[in-house]
Write a protein that binds this ligand. Structure first.
Ligand code: NAD
Length: 261
């Protein structure tokens, strides 16, 4: 017998669900936090900055969401533990995580230091909390086009390595956490016009900077809002059987080489 068909719209709903976004003071993390609120979810943001962008304060009145902001450094164990515990206390439960805190390092490999490698403790804390709750969950990790290829003109070996690591980490965690009904997926953005990208661009010669805009077949940088549909989808029940997947969001950049044409 054919299964009866269900309405698709409610599956995307995040109503009553609670999410933690790290690095959500601005950029991609903030766009994710805003999209979660718009879809009915509540959000706690952890970020190293003292304050988020002004629009953060409007999320609760605008969307009726429960929001919480705490200053925390995700690579400092004590600071992260404290911030995470406050976020959980505020939200009550955690149904999903978007770990968007990150830095870009664009300098020759031989000049890079140990401190410039990504740490992943926030994922560990979220997994522990979700396992304790026993009601499953979803994590959307920020990989990158740089997880899949090195880009000419970019000196980002540590970044490539950390994003490649995030990509494979998501596969391993998806397998390990599946028995707990916790799904783990990645998105792989190309060049997203955020402060991070502005910093990277500022350090480049004009031709390399321009290449970022003209290389994607769709011929523009992306913006953080180009990513939120995929993030909401992966967090929601619409993706209930999707785990260990990666969604490239690059304007087609991943389909070929970058030659600036
Ligand atoms: P962004 O610099 O605009 O935002 C990053 C946020 O992370 C900032 O609010 C910053 O304060 C916070 N942060 C940095 N270090 C932190 C720490 N130790 N503890 C807590 N918070 C910290 O950058 P973005 O472009 O929004 O990047 C978000 C994520 O997306 C990163 O993981 C990045 O690698 C990834 N990404 C970005 C691009 C791009 O082109 N911008 C492309 C692919 C992937």
């Amino acid at each position: 017998m054919a299964p009866s068909l269900e309405d698709i719209r409610p599956a995307f709903d995040l109503k009553g669900r609670n999410f933690i976004v790290t690095g959500g003071a601005q950029g991609i993390g903030f766009a994710a936090a805003r999209a979660i609120c718009e879809m009915g979810g509540n959000v706690a943001v952890l970020d190293i900055q003292e304050k988020p962008v002004d629009e953060f304060d409007t999320l609760s009145s605008h969307f009726g969401a429960k929001t919480f902001y705490v200053q925390a450094d995700v690579v400092n164990e004590e600071s992260l533990n404290r911030g995470f515990a406050q976020a959980v206390e505020h939200l009550g439960t955690v149904d999903g995580l978007v770990p968007a805190a990150g830095i870009a390092i664009d300098k020759p490999f031989v000049d890079q230091t140990w401190d410039e490698f990504t740490r992943i403790q926030e994922i560990n804390l979220a997994a522990k909390q979700m396992i304790k709750q026993g009601s499953g969950g979803s994590m959307v990790l920020l990989a990158s086009q740089t997880a899949h290829c090195a880009i000419p003109g970019h000196r980002m070996a540590a970044y490539n390595m950390s994003k490649g690591g995030v990509f494979m980490l998501s596969k391993a965690l998806a397998v390990e956490l599946a028995p707990h009904n916790i799904r783990v997926n990645t998105i792989s953005p190309g060049f997203v016009d955020s402060e991070m990208l502005q910093r990277v661009k500022a350090a480049k010669i004009p031709r390399e900077a321009q290449q970022m805009e003209i290389s994607p077949p769709m011929k523009r940088l992306s913006n953080a809002n180009d990513l939120t549909g995929a993030i909401v989808y992966l967090l929601s029940d619409a993706a209930r059987f999707t785990t260990a997947a990666d969604i490239p969001i690059t304007g087609g950049l991943h389909a070929g080489t970058i030659d600036g044409l």
